[in-house]
Design a protein around this ligand. Structure first.
Ligand code: NI
Length: 218
């Protein structure tokens, strides 16, 4: 254990917590204003489009270049975070893993992915070990600073390096949502921090069933 952090560090941490809270609230307000329900999507009576999701080009933990288009035809379950995150990211990734286990065979149609917002430390080699802790099918994606910014912007993810004197052992502030995207790459829903795996699986199952119903009608 290190000695107690000095007061300026605690002050900086409090400031960054406030910044995260405000940023999360702004993102959430924008999303909830525009969020369509699953039922009106399915009935086709809404023209609401939610601007979450979009193009990205990143490298997976095996070193392969992939883009959003690489996953067309599959549902995507996406989380943005960083490997050194002490609590929130591991919790959310574990929830995703449990939800996929809960979905059993249906999970085969879903590609779970972890997109790092800290590519300086989360190299593909690091991510290979990291993602394996949560689910055998979870892939870890990283990119350059620009590629990371582009992916985060598409999903309206807020992230910033927390102010601290330490150059290597730093924390990242970031918003925390799990995004569920359709086989066409379009936004279906998101799960807030602290969502429970059973509820996540149940909602995913409903959305997948609704999607299948729409496909077989057309
Ligand atoms: Ni985190």
């Amino acid at each position: 254990m290190k000695s107690k952090p000095p007061l300026p560090v605690i002050g900086a941490m409090l400031v960054s917590l406030v910044v995260i809270a405000i940023a999360t609230w702004i993102v959430w307000r924008n999303i909830s204003d525009a969020e369509p329900t699953a039922s009106n999507r399915v009935s086709g009576t809404t023209t609401t489009t939610v601007n979450i999701g979009g193009p990205f080009s990143l490298v997976d933990h095996r070193g392969q270049r992939v883009s959003d288009a690489s996953f067309r035809g599959r549902y995507m379950l996406i989380y943005f975070g960083y490997g050194y995150c002490p609590d929130v990211c591991p919790t959310e990734l574990a929830t995703m893993g449990s939800a996929l286990d809960e979905l059993a065979g249906q999970a085969a149609a879903i590609q779970p992915m972890f997109i790092t917002i800290d590519p300086a430390r989360d190299t593909p080699a690091f991510l290979a070990d990291y993602v394996a802790q949560f689910h055998p099918r979870l892939i870890g994606l990283s990119g350059t600073a620009d590629e990371t910014a582009q992916a985060a912007k598409a999903y309206r993810v807020f992230y910033a390096r927390a102010k601290s004197g330490d150059t290597d052992d730093y924390l990242m502030d970031h918003s925390s949502f799990v995004y569920f995207m359709g086989p066409d790459g379009r936004y279906l829903t998101l799960f807030r921090r602290g969502a429970n795996a059973k509820d996540m699986a149940a909602q995913i199952r409903r959305l997948m069933a609704a999607g299948t119903a729409v496909q077989s009608k057309s």
